[in-house]
Ligand binder design. Sequence first.
Ligand SMILES: *[C@@H]1O[C@H](CO)[C@@H](O)[C@H](O)[C@H]1NC(C)=O
Ligand SMILES: *[C@@H]1O[C@H](CO)[C@@H](O)[C@H](O)[C@H]1NC(C)=O
Length: 403
Amino acid sequence: MPSSSFPCLLFGSLLLFISHSIAQTSFRPKALVLPVSKDPSSLQYLTQLNQRTPLVPVKLTLDLGGQFLWVDCDQGYVSSTYKPARCRSAQCSLAKAKASSCGQCISARKPGCNNNTCYLYPDNTVTRTATSGELAQDVVSIQSTDGSNPGRGVSVPKFLFDCGATFILEGLASGVKGMAGLGRTRISLPSKFSAAFSFYRKFAICLSSSTRANGVVFFGDGPYVLLPNMDVSKSLIYTPLILNHVSTASVYSLGDSSAEYFIGVKSIKINEKRVPLNSSLLSINREGFGGTKISTVNPYTVMETTIYNAVINAFVKELANVPRVASVAPFGACFSSKNIGSTRVGPAVPQIDFVLQSQTVYWRIFGTNSMVQVRDYVLCLGFVDGGSNPRTSIVIGGQSSAV
Ligand SMILES: *[C@@H]1O[C@H](CO)[C@@H](O)[C@H](O)[C@H]1NC(C)=O
Ligand SMILES: *[C@@H]1O[C@H](CO)[C@@H](O)[C@H](O)[C@H]1NC(C)=O
Protein backbone atom coordinates (compact mmCIF):
# COMPACT_ATOMS: atom_id res chain seq x y z
CA MET A 1 0.00 0.00 0.00
CA PRO A 2 1.52 3.33 -0.93
CA SER A 3 1.90 5.45 2.16
CA SER A 4 -0.13 8.26 0.66
CA SER A 5 -3.11 6.01 0.21
CA PHE A 6 -4.72 4.56 3.30
CA PRO A 7 -7.96 2.66 2.88
CA CYS A 8 -10.86 2.44 5.29
CA LEU A 9 -14.24 0.80 5.57
CA LEU A 10 -16.61 2.67 7.85
CA PHE A 11 -19.58 0.81 9.29
CA GLY A 12 -22.58 2.78 10.49
CA SER A 13 -25.76 1.17 11.66
CA LEU A 14 -26.94 0.67 8.10
CA LEU A 15 -24.30 1.95 5.78
CA LEU A 16 -20.90 0.89 4.68
CA PHE A 17 -18.60 3.61 3.49
CA ILE A 18 -15.59 2.83 1.39
CA SER A 19 -12.78 5.28 0.99
CA HIS A 20 -11.04 5.35 -2.35
CA SER A 21 -8.58 8.20 -2.19
CA ILE A 22 -7.16 7.72 1.27
CA ALA A 23 -6.89 5.06 2.75
CA GLN A 24 -10.07 7.45 15.34
CA THR A 25 -13.32 8.51 34.93
CA SER A 26 -15.28 11.44 34.32
CA PHE A 27 -13.33 11.60 31.13
CA ARG A 28 -15.58 10.42 28.33
CA PRO A 29 -13.81 9.49 25.11
CA LYS A 30 -15.18 10.54 21.75
CA ALA A 31 -13.68 7.56 20.02
CA LEU A 32 -11.48 4.57 20.70
CA VAL A 33 -8.72 3.07 18.66
CA LEU A 34 -7.21 -0.41 18.28
CA PRO A 35 -4.03 -1.12 16.32
CA VAL A 36 -4.22 -3.75 13.56
CA SER A 37 -1.32 -5.65 12.05
CA LYS A 38 -1.23 -8.32 9.37
CA ASP A 39 0.50 -11.53 10.40
CA PRO A 40 2.93 -12.51 7.63
CA SER A 41 2.54 -16.27 7.96
CA SER A 42 -1.21 -16.70 8.51
CA LEU A 43 -2.22 -13.44 6.74
CA GLN A 44 -4.65 -12.86 9.61
CA TYR A 45 -5.38 -9.37 10.85
CA LEU A 46 -4.37 -9.13 14.49
CA THR A 47 -5.16 -6.69 17.23
CA GLN A 48 -4.50 -6.45 20.94
CA LEU A 49 -6.76 -5.58 23.87
CA ASN A 50 -5.79 -5.21 27.52
CA GLN A 51 -7.99 -7.34 29.73
CA ARG A 52 -8.28 -8.65 33.34
CA THR A 53 -6.95 -7.52 36.74
CA PRO A 54 -4.06 -7.05 36.67
CA LEU A 55 -4.30 -6.02 33.00
CA VAL A 56 -2.54 -8.21 30.48
CA PRO A 57 -2.26 -7.67 26.71
CA VAL A 58 -4.35 -10.23 24.82
CA LYS A 59 -3.51 -10.80 21.16
CA LEU A 60 -6.58 -11.51 19.03
CA THR A 61 -7.49 -12.33 15.44
CA LEU A 62 -9.85 -9.70 14.09
CA ASP A 63 -13.14 -11.06 12.73
CA LEU A 64 -15.27 -8.44 11.03
CA GLY A 65 -18.35 -10.68 10.97
CA GLY A 66 -17.65 -12.32 14.34
CA GLN A 67 -20.42 -12.26 16.93
CA PHE A 68 -18.45 -11.33 20.05
CA LEU A 69 -15.10 -11.33 21.78
CA TRP A 70 -13.89 -14.74 22.86
CA VAL A 71 -10.66 -15.64 24.56
CA ASP A 72 -9.07 -18.85 25.76
CA CYS A 73 -9.98 -19.29 29.44
CA ASP A 74 -8.43 -22.77 29.71
CA GLN A 75 -4.85 -21.66 29.94
CA GLY A 76 -3.36 -18.76 31.83
CA TYR A 77 -6.56 -16.86 32.55
CA VAL A 78 -5.90 -15.17 35.88
CA SER A 79 -8.00 -12.22 37.01
CA SER A 80 -9.52 -10.98 40.24
CA THR A 81 -12.35 -9.26 38.35
CA TYR A 82 -13.59 -12.22 36.24
CA LYS A 83 -17.31 -12.68 36.68
CA PRO A 84 -19.35 -15.44 35.01
CA ALA A 85 -22.78 -14.48 33.67
CA ARG A 86 -25.47 -16.08 35.83
CA CYS A 87 -28.25 -18.00 34.12
CA ARG A 88 -31.17 -15.82 33.10
CA SER A 89 -29.20 -12.64 33.87
CA ALA A 90 -29.46 -9.51 31.72
CA GLN A 91 -26.10 -10.43 30.15
CA CYS A 92 -27.40 -13.84 29.07
CA SER A 93 -30.48 -12.37 27.45
CA LEU A 94 -28.42 -9.64 25.74
CA ALA A 95 -26.25 -12.39 24.30
CA LYS A 96 -29.42 -14.34 23.42
CA ALA A 97 -28.00 -17.30 25.30
CA LYS A 98 -30.72 -19.89 25.54
CA ALA A 99 -32.07 -20.77 28.97
CA SER A 100 -31.49 -24.38 27.96
CA SER A 101 -27.79 -23.63 27.63
CA CYS A 102 -27.66 -22.94 31.33
CA GLY A 103 -24.80 -25.05 32.55
CA GLN A 104 -23.03 -26.92 35.25
CA CYS A 105 -19.32 -27.54 35.19
CA ILE A 106 -17.94 -30.70 36.66
CA SER A 107 -14.24 -29.81 36.90
CA ALA A 108 -12.65 -27.47 39.40
CA ARG A 109 -14.11 -23.97 39.55
CA LYS A 110 -12.12 -21.43 37.52
CA PRO A 111 -12.69 -18.86 34.75
CA GLY A 112 -14.68 -20.74 32.10
CA CYS A 113 -15.95 -23.35 34.56
CA ASN A 114 -18.66 -22.28 36.99
CA ASN A 115 -22.10 -23.54 37.87
CA ASN A 116 -25.35 -21.87 36.95
CA THR A 117 -23.88 -19.84 34.09
CA CYS A 118 -25.03 -19.39 30.50
CA TYR A 119 -23.12 -20.60 27.49
CA LEU A 120 -22.44 -19.41 23.96
CA TYR A 121 -20.53 -21.07 21.15
CA PRO A 122 -17.20 -19.37 20.55
CA ASP A 123 -16.10 -20.23 17.04
CA ASN A 124 -12.83 -20.11 15.23
CA THR A 125 -14.08 -18.81 11.89
CA VAL A 126 -10.72 -19.47 10.23
CA THR A 127 -10.82 -23.24 10.75
CA ARG A 128 -14.58 -23.45 11.41
CA THR A 129 -14.34 -25.12 14.75
CA ALA A 130 -16.38 -24.24 17.78
CA THR A 131 -16.97 -25.30 21.31
CA SER A 132 -19.25 -24.28 24.12
CA GLY A 133 -18.01 -21.53 26.40
CA GLU A 134 -19.10 -19.71 29.51
CA LEU A 135 -20.31 -16.15 29.04
CA ALA A 136 -18.50 -13.79 31.38
CA GLN A 137 -17.39 -10.25 32.00
CA ASP A 138 -14.09 -8.70 32.95
CA VAL A 139 -12.21 -5.41 32.73
CA VAL A 140 -11.08 -4.30 29.28
CA SER A 141 -8.85 -1.32 28.69
CA ILE A 142 -8.42 0.46 25.36
CA GLN A 143 -6.84 3.63 24.06
CA SER A 144 -9.05 6.65 23.40
CA THR A 145 -8.51 9.14 20.59
CA ASP A 146 -9.78 12.50 19.40
CA GLY A 147 -9.55 11.14 15.88
CA SER A 148 -6.08 12.53 15.25
CA ASN A 149 -3.95 11.77 18.27
CA PRO A 150 -3.89 8.89 20.68
CA GLY A 151 -5.48 9.80 24.01
CA ARG A 152 -5.44 8.18 27.42
CA GLY A 153 -6.38 4.59 28.09
CA VAL A 154 -9.97 4.04 29.22
CA SER A 155 -11.49 1.03 30.97
CA VAL A 156 -14.75 -0.80 30.61
CA PRO A 157 -15.17 -2.58 33.97
CA LYS A 158 -17.65 -5.25 32.85
CA PHE A 159 -16.89 -6.06 29.25
CA LEU A 160 -18.89 -9.06 28.06
CA PHE A 161 -17.01 -11.89 26.35
CA ASP A 162 -17.16 -15.63 25.92
CA CYS A 163 -14.71 -18.21 27.18
CA GLY A 164 -13.07 -20.24 24.45
CA ALA A 165 -10.83 -23.23 24.87
CA THR A 166 -7.19 -23.77 23.96
CA PHE A 167 -8.00 -26.34 21.26
CA ILE A 168 -10.06 -23.91 19.17
CA LEU A 169 -7.07 -21.55 18.94
CA GLU A 170 -5.55 -23.99 16.47
CA GLY A 171 -5.15 -22.35 13.06
CA LEU A 172 -4.95 -18.85 14.52
CA ALA A 173 -1.74 -16.87 14.29
CA SER A 174 1.02 -17.61 16.75
CA GLY A 175 0.49 -16.02 20.17
CA VAL A 176 -3.20 -15.31 19.54
CA LYS A 177 -5.56 -16.03 22.46
CA GLY A 178 -8.95 -15.52 20.86
CA MET A 179 -10.97 -13.56 18.33
CA ALA A 180 -12.34 -10.02 18.35
CA GLY A 181 -15.80 -10.04 16.71
CA LEU A 182 -16.98 -6.79 15.13
CA GLY A 183 -20.25 -8.23 13.80
CA ARG A 184 -23.84 -7.03 13.80
CA THR A 185 -24.82 -8.26 17.24
CA ARG A 186 -25.59 -6.53 20.51
CA ILE A 187 -22.50 -8.01 22.12
CA SER A 188 -19.82 -7.39 19.48
CA LEU A 189 -16.96 -5.01 20.22
CA PRO A 190 -18.52 -2.00 18.44
CA SER A 191 -21.84 -2.50 20.28
CA LYS A 192 -20.22 -2.95 23.68
CA PHE A 193 -17.89 0.03 23.30
CA SER A 194 -20.60 2.36 22.05
CA ALA A 195 -22.86 1.25 24.91
CA ALA A 196 -20.09 1.76 27.48
CA PHE A 197 -19.30 5.31 26.38
CA SER A 198 -22.67 6.19 24.82
CA PHE A 199 -21.38 7.08 21.42
CA TYR A 200 -22.94 6.47 18.05
CA ARG A 201 -22.80 2.86 16.86
CA LYS A 202 -20.26 3.39 14.19
CA PHE A 203 -16.82 2.04 13.54
CA ALA A 204 -14.15 2.22 10.86
CA ILE A 205 -11.65 -0.41 9.92
CA CYS A 206 -8.59 0.48 7.92
CA LEU A 207 -6.56 -2.46 6.73
CA SER A 208 -3.23 -2.61 5.03
CA SER A 209 -2.70 -5.25 2.36
CA SER A 210 0.97 -5.26 3.30
CA THR A 211 2.40 -6.97 6.35
CA ARG A 212 4.80 -4.06 6.72
CA ALA A 213 2.20 -1.34 7.28
CA ASN A 214 -0.25 -1.24 10.16
CA GLY A 215 -3.97 -0.67 10.12
CA VAL A 216 -6.43 0.54 12.70
CA VAL A 217 -9.99 0.13 14.00
CA PHE A 218 -11.78 3.27 15.21
CA PHE A 219 -14.88 2.91 17.40
CA GLY A 220 -17.18 5.91 17.54
CA ASP A 221 -17.51 8.96 15.36
CA GLY A 222 -14.82 10.51 13.15
CA PRO A 223 -12.69 12.35 12.29
CA TYR A 224 -10.49 9.42 11.42
CA VAL A 225 -7.16 11.02 10.77
CA LEU A 226 -4.54 8.54 9.66
CA LEU A 227 -1.95 10.84 8.22
CA PRO A 228 -1.56 14.55 8.93
CA ASN A 229 -4.41 16.49 7.31
CA MET A 230 -6.02 13.36 5.97
CA ASP A 231 -9.40 12.66 7.53
CA VAL A 232 -10.67 9.49 5.88
CA SER A 233 -14.23 10.15 7.04
CA LYS A 234 -14.29 13.04 4.53
CA SER A 235 -13.66 11.03 1.41
CA LEU A 236 -15.97 8.05 1.39
CA ILE A 237 -18.51 6.53 -0.91
CA TYR A 238 -21.38 4.72 0.71
CA THR A 239 -23.48 1.67 0.14
CA PRO A 240 -26.29 0.18 2.23
CA LEU A 241 -25.43 -2.85 4.30
CA ILE A 242 -27.64 -5.82 3.57
CA LEU A 243 -28.91 -8.01 6.36
CA ASN A 244 -28.81 -11.74 5.79
CA HIS A 245 -31.85 -12.72 7.83
CA VAL A 246 -31.02 -16.39 7.87
CA SER A 247 -29.24 -16.88 11.13
CA THR A 248 -26.89 -19.82 11.18
CA ALA A 249 -26.03 -19.30 14.83
CA SER A 250 -27.59 -22.56 15.88
CA VAL A 251 -25.54 -24.50 13.36
CA TYR A 252 -22.44 -25.63 15.14
CA SER A 253 -19.21 -24.10 13.85
CA LEU A 254 -20.67 -22.01 11.03
CA GLY A 255 -20.54 -18.54 12.52
CA ASP A 256 -23.69 -16.50 12.09
CA SER A 257 -24.58 -15.00 8.70
CA SER A 258 -26.91 -12.49 10.32
CA ALA A 259 -23.91 -11.00 12.16
CA GLU A 260 -21.93 -10.54 8.96
CA TYR A 261 -21.61 -7.54 6.69
CA PHE A 262 -23.18 -8.10 3.29
CA ILE A 263 -23.16 -5.51 0.53
CA GLY A 264 -25.16 -5.34 -2.66
CA VAL A 265 -22.76 -6.05 -5.52
CA LYS A 266 -24.90 -5.81 -8.66
CA SER A 267 -22.26 -6.54 -11.28
CA ILE A 268 -18.53 -6.81 -11.80
CA LYS A 269 -16.59 -4.80 -14.34
CA ILE A 270 -13.04 -5.31 -15.47
CA ASN A 271 -11.46 -2.36 -17.26
CA GLU A 272 -14.97 -0.86 -17.30
CA LYS A 273 -16.35 -3.87 -19.21
CA ARG A 274 -19.14 -5.81 -17.64
CA VAL A 275 -18.29 -9.44 -16.83
CA PRO A 276 -21.16 -11.79 -17.87
CA LEU A 277 -22.47 -13.43 -14.69
CA ASN A 278 -25.51 -15.32 -13.44
CA SER A 279 -26.80 -12.35 -11.49
CA SER A 280 -29.18 -14.40 -9.35
CA LEU A 281 -26.08 -15.58 -7.47
CA LEU A 282 -25.47 -11.98 -6.41
CA SER A 283 -28.59 -11.69 -4.29
CA ILE A 284 -29.31 -13.52 -1.05
CA ASN A 285 -32.02 -16.14 -1.49
CA ARG A 286 -34.60 -17.32 1.03
CA GLU A 287 -32.26 -19.93 2.44
CA GLY A 288 -29.59 -17.28 3.06
CA PHE A 289 -27.39 -18.45 0.17
CA GLY A 290 -25.77 -16.08 -2.32
CA GLY A 291 -24.79 -12.44 -2.02
CA THR A 292 -21.51 -10.72 -1.22
CA LYS A 293 -19.94 -10.27 2.17
CA ILE A 294 -16.77 -8.70 3.48
CA SER A 295 -14.51 -10.85 5.60
CA THR A 296 -11.28 -10.23 7.44
CA VAL A 297 -10.67 -13.93 8.09
CA ASN A 298 -10.43 -14.87 4.41
CA PRO A 299 -7.04 -13.71 3.22
CA TYR A 300 -8.19 -13.68 -0.41
CA THR A 301 -11.44 -13.00 -2.23
CA VAL A 302 -13.39 -16.22 -2.80
CA MET A 303 -15.96 -16.56 -5.60
CA GLU A 304 -18.52 -19.17 -6.60
CA THR A 305 -17.11 -21.24 -9.50
CA THR A 306 -19.03 -19.69 -12.41
CA ILE A 307 -18.33 -16.14 -11.16
CA TYR A 308 -14.70 -17.04 -10.57
CA ASN A 309 -14.25 -18.47 -14.07
CA ALA A 310 -15.94 -15.49 -15.70
CA VAL A 311 -13.77 -13.04 -13.75
CA ILE A 312 -10.55 -14.94 -14.47
CA ASN A 313 -11.37 -15.17 -18.20
CA ALA A 314 -12.19 -11.48 -18.47
CA PHE A 315 -9.08 -10.51 -16.53
CA VAL A 316 -6.80 -12.70 -18.65
CA LYS A 317 -8.33 -11.25 -21.81
CA GLU A 318 -7.67 -7.71 -20.65
CA LEU A 319 -4.10 -8.62 -19.78
CA ALA A 320 -3.50 -10.47 -23.07
CA ASN A 321 -0.22 -8.67 -23.72
CA VAL A 322 1.37 -10.18 -20.60
CA PRO A 323 2.64 -13.79 -20.73
CA ARG A 324 0.72 -16.14 -18.46
CA VAL A 325 2.81 -18.57 -16.42
CA ALA A 326 1.87 -21.83 -14.68
CA SER A 327 -0.75 -21.29 -11.98
CA VAL A 328 0.30 -21.42 -8.38
CA ALA A 329 -2.39 -22.82 -6.05
CA PRO A 330 -4.79 -21.61 -4.80
CA PHE A 331 -4.76 -19.08 -7.64
CA GLY A 332 -5.89 -19.70 -11.21
CA ALA A 333 -4.29 -16.90 -13.21
CA CYS A 334 -0.60 -16.06 -12.83
CA PHE A 335 1.58 -13.81 -14.91
CA SER A 336 5.19 -12.97 -15.45
CA SER A 337 5.67 -9.76 -13.50
CA LYS A 338 8.61 -8.75 -15.72
CA ASN A 339 6.00 -7.60 -18.20
CA ILE A 340 3.82 -5.72 -15.70
CA GLY A 341 4.59 -2.11 -14.91
CA SER A 342 4.05 -0.59 -11.52
CA THR A 343 1.89 2.34 -10.52
CA ARG A 344 1.05 4.30 -7.40
CA VAL A 345 -1.74 1.78 -6.79
CA GLY A 346 0.34 -1.33 -7.34
CA PRO A 347 0.99 -3.52 -10.42
CA ALA A 348 -0.41 -2.04 -13.65
CA VAL A 349 -3.22 -4.55 -14.22
CA PRO A 350 -6.88 -4.19 -15.23
CA GLN A 351 -8.96 -2.59 -12.51
CA ILE A 352 -11.80 -4.65 -11.10
CA ASP A 353 -14.98 -2.84 -10.05
CA PHE A 354 -17.62 -4.26 -7.75
CA VAL A 355 -20.56 -2.19 -8.95
CA LEU A 356 -22.92 -1.39 -6.07
CA GLN A 357 -26.36 0.23 -5.87
CA SER A 358 -25.89 2.19 -9.11
CA GLN A 359 -23.48 2.28 -12.03
CA THR A 360 -21.75 5.32 -10.53
CA VAL A 361 -21.09 3.67 -7.17
CA TYR A 362 -18.43 1.05 -7.28
CA TRP A 363 -15.65 -0.39 -5.18
CA ARG A 364 -12.56 -0.32 -7.36
CA ILE A 365 -9.85 -2.91 -6.80
CA PHE A 366 -6.44 -1.87 -8.10
CA GLY A 367 -3.35 -4.01 -8.56
CA THR A 368 -2.14 -3.50 -5.01
CA ASN A 369 -5.28 -5.27 -3.76
CA SER A 370 -5.86 -7.75 -6.57
CA MET A 371 -2.39 -9.15 -7.20
CA VAL A 372 -0.36 -11.45 -5.01
CA GLN A 373 3.35 -11.95 -5.52
CA VAL A 374 3.82 -15.70 -5.08
CA ARG A 375 7.49 -15.79 -5.99
CA ASP A 376 10.07 -13.76 -7.84
CA TYR A 377 8.64 -12.49 -11.11
CA VAL A 378 5.30 -14.26 -10.62
CA LEU A 379 2.16 -12.28 -9.83
CA CYS A 380 -1.21 -14.02 -9.48
CA LEU A 381 -4.72 -12.63 -9.45
CA GLY A 382 -5.51 -13.13 -5.76
CA PHE A 383 -8.97 -14.64 -6.19
CA VAL A 384 -9.85 -18.18 -5.18
CA ASP A 385 -12.45 -20.64 -6.52
CA GLY A 386 -15.11 -21.17 -3.83
CA GLY A 387 -16.76 -24.21 -5.44
CA SER A 388 -20.17 -24.59 -7.00
CA ASN A 389 -22.58 -24.19 -4.12
CA PRO A 390 -20.98 -22.01 -1.47
CA ARG A 391 -23.16 -20.35 1.13
CA THR A 392 -22.02 -16.89 0.02
CA SER A 393 -21.27 -16.25 -3.67
CA ILE A 394 -18.55 -13.64 -3.16
CA VAL A 395 -16.49 -13.22 -0.01
CA ILE A 396 -14.31 -10.15 -0.32
CA GLY A 397 -11.21 -11.07 1.64
CA GLY A 398 -8.53 -9.12 3.45
CA GLN A 399 -6.26 -8.61 0.46
CA SER A 400 -9.02 -6.88 -1.49
CA SER A 401 -10.78 -5.06 1.30
CA ALA A 402 -7.58 -3.36 2.29
CA VAL A 403 -9.06 -1.22 -0.51
C1 LIG B 1 -21.37 -27.71 40.29
O1 LIG B 1 -22.35 -28.39 41.04
C2 LIG B 1 -22.13 -29.79 41.15
C3 LIG B 1 -23.35 -30.42 41.83
O2 LIG B 1 -23.71 -29.68 42.98
C4 LIG B 1 -20.81 -30.03 41.90
O3 LIG B 1 -20.57 -31.40 41.97
C5 LIG B 1 -19.69 -29.35 41.14
O4 LIG B 1 -18.48 -29.46 41.85
C6 LIG B 1 -19.99 -27.88 40.93
N1 LIG B 1 -18.98 -27.30 40.04
C7 LIG B 1 -18.36 -26.13 40.27
C8 LIG B 1 -17.39 -25.70 39.25
O5 LIG B 1 -18.57 -25.44 41.27
C1 LIG C 1 -28.14 -19.09 -11.88
O1 LIG C 1 -27.97 -19.37 -10.51
C2 LIG C 1 -29.12 -19.90 -9.87
C3 LIG C 1 -28.84 -19.96 -8.40
O2 LIG C 1 -27.74 -20.79 -8.12
C4 LIG C 1 -29.45 -21.23 -10.48
O3 LIG C 1 -30.60 -21.77 -9.87
C5 LIG C 1 -29.67 -21.06 -11.98
O4 LIG C 1 -29.87 -22.31 -12.58
C6 LIG C 1 -28.49 -20.38 -12.63
N1 LIG C 1 -28.80 -20.04 -14.00
C7 LIG C 1 -27.99 -20.35 -15.02
C8 LIG C 1 -28.43 -19.89 -16.35
O5 LIG C 1 -26.96 -20.97 -14.86
